[in-house]
Structure formats: structure tokens, C-alpha cells
Unconditional design. Structure first.
Length: 259
């Protein structure tokens, strides 16, 4: 069955794109999750779609990702979209101005022991994003409990300003207080996002804060994936369906321009 045959029909937008603000998670939403984060590649066709959508939304399109903004820029070059990186700990506004949490030093007590744990444990990968430490166990899923236990031992209740989030085959330690919901809320308070209805597409547990924020604003929340409970009000089954839906938005925008 082709992706367009399984798209949630309630996702058809009732108004021109200029009435909406679009927020997109990356891994698991726009792009398939790879064994290693550095193995992901962006199809040229997707770059073209995002370029057209940026124009169709008059700039009100942002990436909201667990990746650092520098990583997003490398992936989506030459596009440099407004973006929230490291789950909202980094923000690049529509005018290009960037702001970043100053709490990176909170992670210093964990860097060396987590790196040592990953290096001596087959199948683990430590991704140091500066503002977070992500311990991936995709190559060793049987080690989930071991990874969780080791992180809990290192935190030991003595680092109250840090929090642990769990995603798909990853545990991530980061300063508390920011998430994808707070990032979307910040964007929605400034042009060109303000005054519009937000749309957010995400696939993982860390996207749930974004769904809650968008629902609170009477927006459109979309879970990518057919399984798992979610606060999202709509579903798309996979990344291919996301690409198909985004392409439909481009077609809709082009039709509106010709009318």
C-alpha cells in the first residue's frame, strides 16, 4: 500500500499554509533511525520539499530535534532553518539569532565515567552533544536494564538539576527545565510563528512534551508510528507517509498560488 493511502484524512488542512506554523522532529519522523546517528542521510527530494515549505509557510517552519543545531545544519545543508536543538536547550530563531543553555558544566561529573562505561561495554555508543549525553544501546538492546542502572548509579540523587529521558534505544542525560514543548512555546511567541495554529510531527517519547504544548494551543499533533500510547491526536504510520503528506502540502501551496 502506498503511503498516501494510509495518511490520516483528518490531516487535510482547512486553511492556507500561512495560517499554520510547522514543527518537525527529525530522527524517526523525517528520517529513518540509523544504527549510529552519524549514518543518517537526507534525501535530496526532502531538501527540496522543505525548501518549498519554508516559502509556503512564509518562514514559519522549524526543526525540533534531539540533535544539536550544528548537526542539523550539516545534515540539511544548504538549508539553515529555525531550529530547536538538544531538546530545546539550543534555539535558533527565525532571524538567525541563537541562544544556548549555560548549564553544560552540570554534565562534567558524568562525561568520563559514561565514556568509560560505553567503551568497555560492547554495543554501546556515547553521543556527547555538549549539552546532553546520549547513551545508545541500539546495537545491544539486551543491555537496556544495565544501561539504566549504570546511569542511575552515576546520578545517585546528587545531581538534582539533571534529568534522564528515554527514547528509542537511548537514554539521555541533560539539564532539566527545557524540552520540545518549551521550545515550541518559545517559537510561538515570536514572528513568523505567533498568531498561527501549530502543527508538530514527532515519533518518540521525547516528543510527547511537544504534543502536549501543541494541544494546549489547539494545534495539530501528529505521532509518527502505528503503535504506542501518545498525547498526539493524529497518526502517520512511518517516515514515508510523512514525506508524502509534506509533498501534498507543497502541492496545495502551489495550487493556492496559481488561483
Amino acid at each position: 500500500m502506498s503511503p498516501d493511502k494510509v495518511i490520516d484524512r483528518s490531516l487535510q488542512l482547512d486553511h492556507p499554509l500561512t495560517r499554520y506554523a510547522l514543527f518537525l522532529d527529525v530522527d524517526g519522523t523525517l528520517l529513518p533511525i540509523a544504527e549510529r546517528p552519524d549514518q543518517v542521510r537526507v534525501p535530496f527530494s526532502l531538501l527540496g520539499t522543505l525548501h518549498h515549505l519554508r516559502d509556503g509557510f512564509l518562514g514559519a517552519l522549524a526543526l525540533v530535534s534531539g540533535r544539536a543545531i550544528a548537526d542539523l545544519d550539516a545534515l540539511f545543508e544548504p538549508l539553515a532553518l529555525p531550529a530547536a536543538g538538544v531538546h530545546g536547550l539550543e534555539l535558533r530563531h527565525s532571524d538567525g539569532h541563537c541562544c544556548r543553555s549555560s548549564n553544560e558544566s552540570l554534565l562534567e561529573p558524568l562525561r568520563t565515567p559514561l565514556r568509560a562505561f560505553a567503551e568497555r561495554t560492547p554495543g554501546l555508543l556515547l553521543e556527547d552533544k555538549g549539552l546532553s549525553l546520549a547513551l545508545h544501546y541500539r546495537l545491544a538492546p539486551e543491555r537496556e536494564a544495565e544501561v539504566a542502572r549504570r546511569i542511575d548509579e552515576l546520578l545517585g540523587g546528587s545531581l538534582p538539576d539533571l534529568e534522564v529521558t528515554q527514547g528509542k534505544m537511548v537514554f539521555e542525560v541533560k539539564p532539566s527545565g527545557c524540552n520540545k514543548g518549551t521550545a515550541i512555546g518559545a517559537f510561538m511567541e515570536e514572528p513568523p510563528f505567533s498568531g498561527r495554529k501549530p502543527i508538530f510531527l514527532g515519533d518518540d517519547i521525547t516528543d510527547e512534551d511537544g504534543f502536549v504544548a501543541v494541544n494546549r494551543l489547539d494545534g495539530i499533533s501528529v505521532k509518527v508510528g502505528e503503535t504506542g500510547a501518545s498525547q498526539a491526536k493524529h497518526r502517520l504510520p512511518n517516515e514515508a507517509a510523512v514525506h508524502s503528506w509534506l509533498a501534498q502540502l507543497v502541492d496545495s501551496s502551489n495550487s493556492q498560488e496559481r488561483e
